[in-house]
Write a protein that binds this ligand. Sequence first.
Ligand SMILES: [Fe+2]
Length: 198
Amino acid sequence: MYSLKELPYEYDALEPYIDTHTLGLHRNKHQKKYLDNLNKLLIKNNYSFSHPLEKLVRYVKDFSKDREDILFNLGGVINHNIYFSSMNPKGEKPTGVLLQKIKDKYGSYEKFKMAFKEKALSLKGSGYTYFVYKNNELELINLQNQDNPYNYDYIPIICIDMWEHAYYINYENYKEIYIDNFLEIVDFQKANKIFNVV
Ligand SMILES: [Fe+2]
């Protein structure tokens, strides 16, 4: 069976930007529910748990039934893994090759953050705003519900969860402030490592 990925920080580490209660609910109730549903569906379909989660996306079409439910719950687990690891209290900013690519595309890191916020605010309903990489191009995209970037062969860099459960307890309907605060703790550490060895 698949299990929850470990959080790279403590539950209270993102205060005051992401409050402890919201983060706990988000991971232990919301993400856990997607994980439990996914495991149940996979067991029901005699799946051998042989692929890493990200790779399973491309094999969902091979299941004879429950394909839509499997993909939805798989997306729920994957998207939350990426969202939780997009943040860190010691958030590292883009450096080296990644920073240069951001400057080439958006003009500066500050302008990138404005474009990211604009994209997130344009998302209608529930979903995620992703900063992704594909065919040597950086891109900001919105994915609805639990659609996930591996469905389109995007390499995810960071994402923000724009489902209401991600922010409503602390921010009510002030999405702008939630996005601004996410950008204060966004972590490019992993992306820097990938880009700077390319
Ligand atoms: Fe969420």
